[in-house]
Design a protein around this ligand. Sequence first.
Ligand code: BG6
Length: 486
Amino acid sequence: LPFRHVAIVVFGASGDLAKKMTYPALFSLMANNMLPKDRTHFIGAARSKYKMEDFHKKISSGIKQSSDQQVLSKFLEKCPYISLSAYDDGPSYQRLDSEIAKLESQSTGSGKNLRVYYIALPPSVFGDVSENLRKYAWHKEGINRIIVEKPYGKDYQSAKVLSNKLASLFTEEEVFRIDHYLGKDSVKSVLPLRFGANPFLSSTWSREHVQYVTVNFKEAFGAEGRGGYFDEFGIIRDVMQNHLMQWIILAGMERPNSLSVKDIHQAKLKFINDCRPVRPSDVIIGQYTASSKDPNKKAYKDDETVKKDSKASTFATAVLYIDNDRWRDVPFVIRCGKALDETRAELTLHYKTPPDSLFPSESGRTGTTFTIRDHPEKSHVLTATTKKPGRGFTVLNAPLSIDFSNPKYTDSYVPTAYEVLIYDAVRGDHTWFVPREEAEEAWRVWDDAIKNSESRNPLKYEYGSEGPKEEKDLLKQLGVEFETGE
Ligand code: BG6
């Protein structure tokens, strides 16, 4: 990396995301020699007051126990912490600036200084932080970048306000809107699967052959401890409108002219513009109640951080339609839920059974499927109709699968989504970040459905179950099954 010094400043360093995701990612990037060890610092900033030792304890607790302790203590030496008096307190930012300037002046590298500000903070303080950063902590001769975490607004209007604020302070080149799903191999792999050399997939990737598409996102754990955020945002904003939508965009968009940033972003935006706003009547929402089997699995509302009358949704199933020649009338059925019976994240194409098929399936399944899975393991699974060994001509849908946890298929270093994206931001590559218009337009698809869902009482489902029973009616109506036939 051609920098004299690299400063990665983590705003919200005392928070959960920093502990669980950001610092472990920074540690791993350093341990795997992705960042220049002698010229990089990771500066934590937040309002809490910490003794350095306590801060280091906190961030170490999120890093794998099995990590090399020597490498870890070297890393911690590079992790100073600055406590800000308030997010709108100018002098705090001046202190931050001089702390970074000191580290920069001690560096012996050549090239420009790079400052990357990673902002994982509630939207209410975002304006103050960005203004003060621009005013006091932007390196005048160096390169500055800002990584903006979700939530990117709450709806189209607030996203627009946020974009305008960012545009008034920074160039679009300097802004990196992060969606960690874009750092996942399972999400990115859609591109080579579709536009690489797989004619059996690319030629069937449309309404002519696909009956419907499902995205199945289930978590076996609840929103424990996140009531403050969840009450206000709910599951559609938490994962559907952003993470799962990004997966769908890549799976649904037309072939970009090339793999350049501009062409990929253009193809993505075109797809979003073809999406029909989700109809409120095509959305089911739920909220989990306590488990009848396990007393530790409490109802969402019994969490201390949750408002007693909260109507926040922790489960949603929605149907999206795309008004273009490739996908007209093909339902994209998206399910996401917390506190369910399993953890799973996958996108599946469900193929039509040709009307002249000589082999109707015994199981009654409508056809074959192709799944790209992120959880519980990273894999691709194609179920194909074939002959069941034995007498006669009984057929079955057999999986032809590849499991990427097999070391045969992977590099020795497989970075997490956050590592990939932070490294991209350091290199200045925008490909897997969300440009302004895309971030705003994605809200248009969801605004009505979200607003309407907030006026409803969510359906109940038990912690550890498959979700609200009423979902079955919607699926039946659409002729949709979530099972992949494995
Ligand atoms: C986060 C959400 O952005 O994504 C969480 O806030 C969710 O609620 C998580 O659990 C899912 O990410 P992953 O990578 O575990 O699928």
